[in-house]
Design a protein around this ligand. Structure first.
Ligand code: ADP
Length: 257
């Protein structure tokens, strides 16, 4: 079989995000360059304050870098107007949040179909049923979030992220509010979305076990990418994090999460 170059789902080039004043700048991201091929599952880790949230926000087009470029599937984000960016996000990016962010008054079905309706796209019933079936919730379509467990709500959120067939799904601590068993189910679903459906997932997590479901882990420290671990195990990830934490502590920074 001939090896084919995989399309690039996400590229950051020299991305900086600075907060604060000119006198007292905080470099939340300090020159991040990375390329993630389509169909891969990447975890982003690092000590508290290392820039993980800022990375996710900038990569997903929720925040604008101070300088540098972000490309999703070859399209540069930060040249767009806010309206164009919102439209782009709705069509090309999926999100899974720690607190699920489902609309409480809508049923599972209505939550899952919402991104399509917001994007002005036809609700493809078969596709939505397939998405809810793939997360094991075909029999819960009429339930509202309060009638579902945390794990089930996060599975609805994954189905919601899948229905638009986005170029990248960004997951921000997706297992942070779940018990161990539900967390594993959610991680296995994200891994399946990548390995069986060809999705691209970028997940911020502080949990080495969660990171071990990814194909590779990127480590941030002080707003810079300082390490990358391919085919991670929880033990290897925990070891790297401890090293980074020790470094940060020696520099007097807050460590933990
Ligand atoms: P992490 O997610 O790894 O904890 P963040 O991306 O939240 O890190 O933050 C990186 C750095 O940027 C921290 O020093 C944080 O205090 C700073 N920072 C983040 N957001 C803001 C903001 N809105 N205003 C000022 N400083 C911020």
């Amino acid at each position: 079989m001939t090896a084919m170059a995989r399309a690039e789902a996400l590229r950051l080039v020299g991305v900086r995000r600075t907060y604060g004043t000119a006198d007292n700048p905080v470099h939340a991201l300090n020159g991040v360059t990375v390329s993630l091929p389509a169909g891969t599952f990447t975890a982003v880790m690092g000590p508290s304050g290392s820039g993980k949230s800022t990375f996710l926000q900038c990569a997903a087009g929720l925040d604008q870098p101070t300088s540098g470029q972000v490309f999703i599937d070859g399209t540069e984000l930060n040249q767009s107007s806010e309206t164009a960016l919102t439209k782009f996000r709705r069509q090309r990016v999926g999100f899974v949040f720690q607190q699920f962010n489902l609309l409480p008054t809508l049923t599972a079905w209505q939550n899952v179909t919402l991104p399509l309706r917001l994007a002005g796209r036809k609700v493809d019933r078969e596709r939505c049923v397939a998405a809810l079936t793939s997360v094991g919730l075909a029999d819960r379509v009429d339930h509202r979030p309060a009638e579902l467990s945390g794990g089930q709500q996060q599975r609805v959120a994954i189905a919601r992220a899948l229905v638009t067939d986005p170029n990248v799904i960004f997951a921000d601590e997706p297992t942070g509010a779940l018990d161990t068993r539900s967390a594993r189910e959610v991680l296995a679903l994200l891994a399946d979305a990548v390995h069986k459906m060809g999705q691209t997932v970028v997940m911020v997590t502080h949990d080495p076990v969660a990171a071990s479901y990814a194909d590779a882990v990127l480590f941030l420290a002080d707003g810079q990418l300082v390490d990358r671990l391919v085919r991670p195990t929880a033990e290897l990830v925990a070891g790297r994090l401890t090293q980074l934490g020790d470094l940060a502590q020696r520099r007097g920074l807050a460590v933990g999460e």
